[in-house]
Write a protein that binds this ligand. Structure first.
Ligand code: F6R
Ligand code: ZN
Length: 193
């Protein structure tokens, strides 16, 4: 049984449940498990030489994302849990690549479960804002805002997110534009510059 609303297809599926390890930030039986290492982050940090050194000395995991995908359609809700490791490239805090949603007018909810950090957000006309991540805090990423998570703490930053099934991911524009602000750890203090 498929229903059509605003001429967009929404596939009927059976209900299901998912079990999480909220401390490790893992899904028990993920269908998709994405692992991004230092070598996947070329072009994103200010200090390219420091990133290359990290790649040459073990190429550590930056973050992992666990998903049980649903149809990528209007009406469905995609969700995932992610584990962004602590660390720095030079002095810049570990972060996700960041993206806009392909359908720009789709938002996202992030629930912080463990660790400390920021959600850095930008629009394609140059606005930039950030919100703090801490356990028990929800960050709302409104439609039109590109977003990137940043770990400012000494333990993994674990978060759970939910977004429209038909949102899609646009990495290319963020790679070209970058974010206007970066987050650094200097002498034990966090600086947003
Ligand atoms: C989905 C979303 C998150 C990120 C995840 C990894 O729309 O925002 O699930 O995909 O935090 O970050 P990226 O996708 O930027 O590598
Ligand atoms: Zn997103």
């Amino acid at each position: 049984m498929n229903s059509t609303l605003e001429a967009q297809e929404t596939t009927f599926i059976e209900p299901f449940s998912v079990d999480y390890d909220l401390v490790e930030g893992a899904m028990k039986n993920p269908t998709n498990h994405l692992v991004r290492r230092a070598s996947d982050m070329r072009g994103h940090y200010r200090d390219a030489a420091a990133l290359q050194q990290l790649i040459d000395t073990g190429n550590p995991v930056h973050y992992e994302v666990y998903e049980r995908p649903v149809p990528e359609q209007y009406g469905h809700l995609m969700f995932c849990i992610s584990d962004l490791r602590p660390g720095t490239v030079g002095e810049e805090c570990f972060m996700t690549k960041g993206h806009y949603h392909t359908r720009l007018n789709t938002g996202e909810i992030y629930l912080a479960l463990r660790g400390r950090g920021y959600m850095m957000m930008k629009t394609n006309d140059g606005k930039c804002r950030y919100e703090e991540f801490a356990p028990g805090r929800m960050v709302y990423v409104p439609p039109y805002w590109g977003h990137r998570s940043i770990n400012t703490g000494s333990e993994p930053l674990i978060s759970f997110c939910v977004y429209p099934g038909d949102a899609g991911h646009n990495y290319g524009d963020i790679e070209r534009e970058g974010f206007p602000r970066r987050v650094f750890l200097r002498n034990g203090k966090i600086h947003v510059e």
